[in-house]
Design a protein around this ligand. Sequence first.
Ligand code: SF4
Ligand code: SF4
Length: 131
Amino acid sequence: MKHQARLNCHVDLPSTWIKYRKDLCDDCRAVCCSLPVEVTIEDLVRMELVDVFEARDPAKEIAKRLRKRGLIEHFNFKSEIFTLARLANDDCIFLDQKTRRCTIYTKRPDTCRNHPRVGPRPGYCAYRRKD
Ligand code: SF4
Ligand code: SF4
């Protein structure tokens, strides 16, 4: 019954999310890793997708190169915020499809570090148990 309620979570409907507890992540299929992830140039440097010298270039030039490499899906010219690319199933390109773990965990963007404390519904997340 407890799990039934959790299975009803839908990632695109924050109103269906459940109250977050740290232990939930242990058996979750990392549903939050299919949400769009906004990143800054500082994140991109830490992720080693942009080097410190390239980081001095105009953000729109960097965005053009990252898009060509299939690493971002969107760039906001006004805020200079990049959105990471996702796979056809909406998963982040850095999510291991077998283990459902982040392949760049220690270098992950701040958006991921802060989820779900900061996000579409602070304190709640779209938990779904691994099959
Ligand atoms: S959806 Fe929630 S429980 Fe699942 S990995 Fe993300 S934060 Fe953890
Ligand atoms: S960078 Fe890692 S933690 Fe962040 S969405 Fe991608 S796989 Fe998940």
